[in-house]
Design a protein. Structure first.
Length: 47
């Protein structure tokens, strides 16, 4: 697993181009929350 939140955040940014916090905010704003996102983003959503 990741050794720190920072390490996770850095890896997440490399995959998605945005921070986990920003990504969660984006998801929270989506009305079609259950729909998969395009690209690799959907595979990297933190559990």
């Amino acid at each position: 697993g990741y050794t720190s939140e920072s390490a996770f955040s850095n890896a997440f940014k490399r995959v998605n181009g945005k921070s986990p916090m920003a990504y969660r905010a984006l998801l929270n704003g989506r009305k079609d929350f259950g729909q998969p996102l395009p690209g690799k983003a959907a595979d990297a959503v933190p559990a």
